[in-house]
Design a protein around this ligand. Structure first.
Ligand code: F6P
Length: 367
């Protein structure tokens, strides 16, 4: 067993269901299994930059397994290597490398290893502080399911079930009003969430960032359905979907965030274009942050608990600077550096893409 006495735990980046389940798993395993102390860091890396943390006990993590969100808080604006410390005279953020501050606060708190629960942004930050000497272990969360080298991240399956339920509900109103209904689903540059929920709900059109679409192909498809007597069409569209040769729709730019682009609005643009081309009535629904809220499904709780337990095994074996991942259905780990600054996207020839096409759905690409 490696000589560690105290671990730190933080949750970084956008929240998702299952974060509390992982905090609980890490904390309970550390205390019950290995007799270690646990420090909870508030608001992700921001808490280490600003020295905000508090002890976690089996009592503080009791009863949080099923709770959404994170009891530690999170931030997606706290990359220690590029932290916004103020604004210049034009209102643009001034960035500084505050990694040394993070290392000092962690060392003052006696943290021997830092458990970083997050997505690619958090893993990139963890990889930076790890290189400077603070041992880290990553636990992958994100509803986007886009973390490199892991076939699943916790939060994803809950978001899939939320998006699926929304698509199911849209189905009935689409059918009653004979409309083209678009449902816009999160996922940033990855189409996993859209692909899974679209297949689960039998969406007719599936638009994902990895397969650029042609709006005329989509319009034609809707019209053909109408001619066949199916007087409605359900379109599951990823927020990052874009037309062939076109751009993604940007909703806002968060200047002091390491990844400043926030996507959103493609469903509304498309809805107008489809109506104009086909004469069919159309409506758009943007699911937004509902996909990140609430109770995690059972699969996410199980995944979070297995990942937390595995992370503590790595820590106590002195296998630092690794990320817990799922590969071929087994919980294993890869070096932090292998996942930093990367995204796992849907290969356009993925078996699920083929399966969706096999049952008659279209990705809106020309034949
Ligand atoms: O990465 C998770 C995610 O929900 C993305 O799917 C989405 O694009 C983004 O975060 C939204 O970020 P914010 O919470 O800053 O609006």
């Amino acid at each position: 067993m490696a000589k560690i006495r105290r671990i730190g735990v933080l949750t970084g980046g956008g929240d998702c269901p299952g974060l509390n389940a992982v905090i609980r798993a890490v904390t309970k395993t550390a205390i019950i299994q290995y007799g270690l102390e646990v420090i909870g860091i508030e608001d992700g890396f921001l808490g280490l930059i600003e020295n905000r943390m508090h002890p976690l006990t089996t009592e503080t993590v009791s009863n949080i397994l099923t709770q959404g969100g994170t009891i530690l808080g999170t931030s997606n604006k706290a990359d220690p290597a590029r932290f916004a410390v103020g604004k210049d005279k034009d209102g643009k953020p001034i960035f500084e490398d505050v990694t040394d501050r993070v290392l000092k606060h962690a060392s003052d708190a006696g943290i021997d290893v830092l458990m970083c629960i997050g997505g690619d942004g958090t893993m990139t930050a963890a990889s930076t502080v790890a290189k400077k000497g603070l041992p880290c272990i990553g636990l992958p969360k994100t509803i986007d399911n886009d973390l490199m080298h892991s076939e699943i991240t916790f939060g994803f399956q809950t978001a899939v079930s939320i998006a699926t339920e929304a698509l199911d509900r849209i189905h009935t109103t689409a059918s009653s009003h004979h409309r083209v209904m678009l449902v816009e689903i999160m996922g940033r540059n990855a189409g996993w969430l859209t692909l899974h929920s679209a297949i689960a709900s039998g969406a007719d059109v599936i638009l994902i960032p990895e397969i650029p679409f042609d709006v005329d192909v989509v319009g034609e498809y809707c019209l053909k359905r109408n001619q066949r007597g199916k007087r409605f069409t359900i379109i599951a569209v990823a927020e990052g979907a874009k037309p062939i040769g076109g751009e993604r729709v940007v909703n806002r730019v968060v200047h002091d965030s390491p990844d400043p682009i926030r996507l959103g609005g493609v469903s509304e643009v498309l809805s107008a274009q489809i109506s104009e081309r086909t004469g069919l009535e159309s409506r758009a629904t943007i699911l937004g942050h509902i996909q990140r809220g609430g109770t995690p499904v059972a699969e996410d709780r199980v995944l979070a608990t297995s990942f937390g337990c595995r992370a503590m095994e790595l820590a106590t074996q002195g296998r630092f600077n690794e990320v817990v991942v799922m590969q071929r259905g087994e919980v294993t780990s890869v070096p932090l550096e292998a996942v930093a600054n990367q995204q796992r996207l849907v290969p356009p020839d993925h078996p699920l893409v083929k399966a969706a096409m096999a049952v008659g759905s279209t990705f809106g690409a020309p034949k």
